[in-house]
Design a protein around this ligand. Structure first.
Ligand code: 531
Length: 360
């Protein structure tokens, strides 16, 4: 556990990787890849935020297989052709002093959907939709009514293999931080929650059975992701729904993931059912990060409606989380880290790029 005298601009070392500060760019879908391949958009989008001083820049949910995409525009690491364009981006990100990260994902029953600006709903087969997979044949509902196929043990083994292969490609693509996406109602989260997992085999029913798919997948990923590099897991700490997954189970899961040599839990919530009652507000998920950090003794990232530099700094100073991830705020203001350094009197800790220094 890093020392408690940390603040937003204190470095953070996990395994052999040091982040220059506690500010991370949260993985945010751009839906702008071409058959999974990154474009100039991604270079500019991620590169600009690295240049502006983020400690880590975590690339969007990146699918481990074509059917694991949320939309046809999702990023991918299911093929070797995906590597070179990402390597170019990651060399730039690293050259700007940020740690390049990626979130590996499988969208499960929420896959095969339109890009948000094209309607967000499940795609009809005629519009390029594809069959979806999940622990049980239960649809998410709402805009995502497709009933998924309940996965066989062979499907489970194949998808775990896809996560392993994507991890190996991520290493080749120059990433130094890997996050497994087990949140927001996607495949791995769907196995965790009793609201989406009605299996009667060893992957369903008890807590131990419902976490099995994530634990097995994380173990397989850890085995090929170098020990010297940080591995994180994003979870939804609560489904915010009766009978669903909750923070108590999340603390127990975090302890199990720590035992698998996971270095950090990225604490989000929701996404499992359309009727979740989420008390959204500034830092509404920070209490989850704080509880897991103290009760499971593992580093955590806080995310969710964090916009003010003083709020982000307070989260770190009070030991509520080790890292603060900004999502939409980073879309509004790529220069947030530089502005935060000024606001917090930390301009000695973070300089603008030399090309921009005369402007700050
Ligand atoms: C927003 C979201 C947050 C929390 C629960 C559900 C959804 N994001 C999540 C993104 C995709 C776009 C919507 C991912 O996690 C990939």
């Amino acid at each position: 556990m890093p020392n408690e005298a940390a603040h937003l601009f204190a470095p953070l070392t996990i395994k052999s990787v040091t982040l220059r500060n506690r500010i991370g760019v949260s993985p945010m879908c751009q839906y702008s890849s071409v058959d999974g391949t990154a474009t100039d958009w991604h270079l500019v989008h991620l590169g600009a935020r690295a240049a502006a001083g983020a400690g880590s820049v975590i690339a969007e949910a990146t699918a481990v297989s074509p059917e694991g995409r949320i939309s046809p525009g999702d990023a991918g690491l299911w093929a070797d052709r995906h590597i070179e364009p990402l390597l170019r981006i990651n060399r730039f990100v690293k050259g700007q002093g940020a740690v390049p990260g990626v979130q590996l994902a499988h969208a499960g029953r929420k896959a095969s959907a339109a890009r948000p600006w094209e309607g967000v709903a499940h795609l009809a087969d005629a519009d390029g939709g594809w069959p979806t997979l999940a622990p049980s044949a239960l649809a998410f509902g709402g805009d995502l009514p497709k009933v998924p196929q309940a996965m066989s043990e062979a499907d489970i083994a194949r998808v775990q293999g896809d996560f392993v292969a994507a991890t190996q490609r991520a290493l080749a693509a120059g990433y130094e931080w890997l996050e497994v996406h087990a949140a927001h109602g996607y495949l791995l989260h769907a196995f965790l929650s009793p609201l989406s997992n009605e299996r009667t085999d060893r992957y369903g029913g008890s807590f131990e059975n419902r976490v099995r798919f994530l634990i097995e997948t994380t173990r397989a990923v850890r085995a090929v992701w170098p020990d010297r590099l940080p591995l994180g897991v994003r979870i939804s700490c609560s489904d915010w729904a009766d009978g669903g997954w909750d923070i108590e189970q999340s603390v127990a899961l975090a302890r199990l993931l720590k035992a698998e040599d996971v270095d950090l839990i990225d604490c989000s919530s929701g996404g499992l059912v359309p009727h979740a009652k989420i008390p959204v507000g500034p830092g509404y998920q920070v209490p989850f990060a704080e509880r897991i950090r103290h009760e499971a003794g593992i580093a955590t990232a806080a995310v969710g409606l964090i916009t003010a530099p003083t709020h982000a700094d307070e989260i770190v100073r009070n030991g509520r989380a080790d890292l603060v991830l900004l999502a939409r705020e980073m879309l509004r203001d790529a220069q947030w880290p530089l502005r935060a350094a000024q606001a917090l009197g930390q301009t000695a800790a973070l300089k603008p790029p030399v090309q921009y220094q005369r402007a700050w």
